[in-house]
Design a protein around this ligand. Structure first.
Ligand code: ATP
Length: 304
């Protein structure tokens, strides 16, 4: 499998503390990769390393197929918004973009208008950035990350502190960048519920360690509503479920089955099993919310 970005045991150590500990991250072209982790989990440090803003203590990364030192040559194809966007508050959005374009040697005049349009700031005219809402500032930060037409854009907590409307606007902008401009995105957040509305792939980071990578489908399957059935004979129980016309179930181990349909028929299922001499040891309807799933993995209460 070819990845647009792959990190190889990437590690960053501050003193004796490993802020990022041997992380192997896998991002394909076209992904919206959600990096989820609590405050202090190591998200910013990881994103800084893959944007070339911090150097790893150990490990390296492969970018556009080039590994190690060669990968650094491709960092010009990576745009990033990490921590607060560096903007000039007394200038307009257009002037801020013009300055960044100049600094990066981007000469195409139409690009600024295109960028303002893609982040929905075309009508801000002479308004100075200091008078922007937080959402507008954040969208300008995204536009600044897009100067030079990067293929990969890395955004650290782009929805942090935004109100629901601001969140929706940033989300729409990100969708458009991904669908229309085919930009691969890595977005960090400490709120899985928010990422779940946009990300196609997830990496869960905790205490500097990437504890799981999974696709959107895998995450939804883990969090979907289901009957958890414990029996003394899962194999025989499957035959009974088949006879009842139940098709969407999964055998977890020799005495556990997860059933994803007929959720209000646990009584009927128990009775049918009993008729076939299969004992029901436990039957419960579970609906693990996204946030619960994440908290179970990382052990403990959320922070914000
Ligand atoms: P947040 O959302 O709060 O920024 P995060 O997941 O982005 O959290 P990081 O900012 O990457 O986490 O920090 C990870 C750990 O590394 C934290 O324990 C932090 O205190 C530590 N850390 C980060 N930068 C430095 C630094 N320059 N020097 C020392 N320790 C640092």
């Amino acid at each position: 499998m070819d990845y647009l970005l792959e990190t190889n045991s990437l590690t960053k150590q501050y003193g004796r503390h490993k802020a990022v500990n041997s992380v192997n991250l896998h991002v394909r072209q076209g992904d919206i990769y959600g990096l989820i982790g609590r405050n202090g989990a190591g998200k910013t440090t990881l994103l800084k390393m893959i944007s070339g803003l911090a150097s790893p203590t150990e490990g390296d990364f492969t970018l556009f197929g080039k590994r190690g030192k060669s990968a650094y040559r491709y960092l010009s194809r990576v745009g990033s918004l990490i921590e607060a966007p560096g903007v000039y508050p007394n200038l307009t959005a257009e002037d801020n973009l013009r300055l960044k374009s100049l600094a990066m040697g981007v000469r195409r005049k139409e690009e600024i208008e295109e960028l303002l349009s893609v982040v929905g700031l075309l009508d801000t005219g002479k308004k100075k950035v200091k008078n922007f809402s937080l959402g507008m500032k954040q969208r300008l930060g995204i536009a600044l990350a897009l100067v030079g037409s990067p293929d990969l854009v890395v955004l650290d907590e782009p929805i942090n502190g935004l109100d629901p409307q601001g969140i929706a606007e940033v989300r729409d902008t990100l969708f458009r960048l991904n669908r229309e401009k085919h930009i691969t995105l890595i977005i960090s957040s400490h709120i899985l519920e928010e990422l779940s509305k946009i990300a196609t792939h997830y990496g869960i980071i905790h205490d500097g360690v990437l504890i799981q990578e999974l696709t959107r489908e895998e995450l939804l399957a883990k969090c979907s509503e289901r009957i958890e059935l414990k029996t003394d004979d899962a194999r025989k129980a499957c035959t009974v479920l088949d006879d009842m016309g139940i098709r969407r179930y999964k055998v977890i181990d020799q005495d556990t089955i997860h059933i994803f349909e007929h959720l209000d028929e646990s009584g009927e299922i128990t009775m049918a099993l009993a008729r076939h001499q299969v004992r029901t040891l436990g039957i419960t309807v579970k609906n693990e919310a996204l946030e619960d799933y994440y908290l179970n993995l990382t052990g403990g209460a959320a922070n914000d």
